[in-house]
Design a protein around this ligand. Sequence first.
Ligand code: HEC
Length: 301
Amino acid sequence: MRETQTETVRLPLAAHVARAGLYLALLAAWVATAGSLYMSEVLGWIPCLWCWYQRVAMYPLAVVLAAGLIARDRNTPRYALVLAVPGILASTYHILLQKVPAFAQFESCRVGVPCSVDYLNWLGFITIPMLAWVAFAIVIVGSVLALRANRAVQLDYLAEGPLLGFSPAFSVGVAVAAVVALFVLSGVMTAQRATAAPAPVSLPMPSEGIALRATREEALRIYNQSCIGCHGPANASMIWVRPEFLRERSDLELLAFMRAGRAANAPDNFSGQAMPANGGRVGLTDAQILALIDLMREAKR
Ligand code: HEC
């Protein structure tokens, strides 16, 4: 007992910093993982190709860091770097795609949701790949600090968690549980808000003149979250929506089209790319789709 105590006291600053860095890396990877699942599964934002490449690096990072810290494995930073370095390169490229117009032309992003679109634009410039970049950077800095400590410190500095001497397994468990609980809770709250809006019980017939439509405001919000990625802004420049397609069809026919979507190899497909059923968004009500149809008619008048 006394020996462990004196060892704890003798742990050099570099080892404390390295350990804190690795646990911060763990938090960053879990926040990024939970956050990306929140955006795709709760908010309904469809991930683009380069979003997927970053996910391929980030999701295993969350698991590898947790497992490595629980196992008190001094090689954890090496495994983390193998994932975080390609990850930050993918984020960097994705940021360039969004911010430098010349990059947006690249072939790899012509399929599915264009990579150059920002679903999120905090403060007018912070986008999703920037958040991923920051998470990868935290992991890289924490890992490099830990590698340096490995060389300098022989003591088992991963034997305890960073706080109050709790065991690594307990510390990792608390950190992961806190992050997951936070995002599940906000997911449930978002879902409740979304379903609180009254849904129509039957199809509104245009001839009845009943305005069973969501507001234009709501339609615009949904459009900017779920459709803008493929169709561009909701104005005359809206791509892949032909004015005559809207003109020649009733609201009900367009509603049926929206529910079904159009496969990439469907005979009437003109772009060679798929329009996902419901525009790829889960849980759209008829009222919301009808308001979206109004919005498209208005844009393509
Ligand atoms: C993953 C990309 C993607 C998303 C997301 C998406 N669309 Fe589309 N949509 C397409 C493509 C591609 C076409 C053209 C298909 C074709 O070539 O026939 C299309 C076609 C359409 C058409 C028919 C246009 C025409 O002239 O045939 C409508 C209407 C439409 N989309 C509405 C929406 C709405 C509303 C949303 C959001 C709720 C949405 N789309 C989300 C890719 C998408």
